[in-house]
Design a protein around this ligand. Sequence first.
Ligand code: BYC
Length: 468
Amino acid sequence: MTVDIDATIPNNVDLAGDRRLRRALESWQPRFVAWWRELGPVAFQDNDVYLRTAIAVGQEGWANFDHVKMPEYRWGIFLAEPEADRRIGFGDHRGEPVWQEVPGEHRADLRRLVVVQGDTEPASVEQQRALCLTAPSLYDLRNLFQVNVEEGRHLWAMVYLLHRYFGRDGRDEADELLERHAGDEDNPRILGAFNEPTPDWLSFFLFTYFTDRDGRFQLASLRESGFDPLSRTCDFMLKEEAHHMFVGATGVGRVVQRTVELMRQHDTDDVGPHGGIDVATLQRYLNLHYSVSLDLFGAETSTNAANYYAAGLKGRFQEAARDDDHRLLDATRAVPTVASGRLGEREAPALAALNETLRDDYVADCRKGLDRWNRTLAEVGCELVLPHLGFHRAVGEFRDHRVSPDGRLLSQAEWSAGVPGWLPTDADRTHVESLMVGVREPGKLAGWIAAPSTGIHQKPVDYDYVRV
Ligand code: BYC
């Protein structure tokens, strides 16, 4: 697959050979850049930032690192290498060759999946746009911008699919991706978590840990798709996504480390007055971001999810590694319920319960980071825990119920009394916000977070990642 790196839109999908498509995308490009300037980072648009840019798709050397101004970033369209004789791995079409064009009967469902995925990408850039003013270091500022430009590239990935495979409807949908905005009352983003603000860096690290991780699992399920261009697009997006996971996991890890340092230094749990974030506050922020991210998997049982799977559009995480018939016509599994005033389980068709299966995989992955952070916290006899699945949920079985973090069904009064201990309070937010002062000297760091252990791409931690 040749990569046309010097084209107006760098790509490996032979845009040069499809004049209509190229012109359509080239007319979308200035609108994208206008959106980036208007709703992307609120500052630093004309500063040089040390960013990696995708230039190829192979294992080795797919990225180039250099200082660039963000509006001049080379957002491109990259699909992973095609797999010879690839077959659909699940559902009613299992074993048939994958599709290179959209099958008519699945057009509406595929378009919806692409639109929902595409909508989250610019949404997160919008949510994070003010964070550049308060970055705890130039290293972190650069990582924020790296995440942002790559979310922009992920938008390009979905816009390419819409333009190339969905005709006029697809072009309209691509335009609407720039018209809906995070938190906009009249025209919000599609999924709940993408309308919540990301007001501070603790929220950003938890967002990249928990919400970007939903992205990882959704992309991994779409990579299984029988629609080959979607599969190959997601395959390459997952490479970039790994850095976003890193930013979240190490970001929270460094906050935890600093908290522990301050606890030891001052011999107290109450590190707030010493410029840190105490463990109880960390737990409340974690509870919020985890529960909001759990909602992103949809309801426990969903005919949409069953249809996507049966049709071969969206598989399970690591579908091929699973030891079953990959059709799930007779299989069942337990899903959580709330019935007669009690939390319990019921058996549901495995096909209908695929959102829950993906959520399970996600929860197991979330625990890994917690285990690492808890090794640090164990030094001071503390730990962070994932709240119960039913805590603070707005989608699915638990939506109309109040559940405590430790999994007790509560009355409204008990819930209201408990909330200040479980979710960030106004005082927490005021304190966290008070710590958010932008640090703009290479190698210098805000006091609420520990230094990273290494720099980016073999550069030292005190490198001028953003030239200010
Ligand atoms: N908020 O049948 P159900 C990422 C809707 S993140 C609002 O259970 P389904 C990223 C649902 O649309 C990954 N509405 O849902 C991360 C449905 O509406 P309709 C993004 C919601 O379809 C960080 C109705 O409720 N990618 O990449 O089984 C930074 C019934 O629900 C929500 C994807 O999500 C919600 N949270 O599953 C940057 C993959 N949840 O049809 C990027 C593509 C559900 O009744 N999307 N609803 O009008 C999907 O696979 C599915 O659409 C979902 C929902 C898993 C999201």
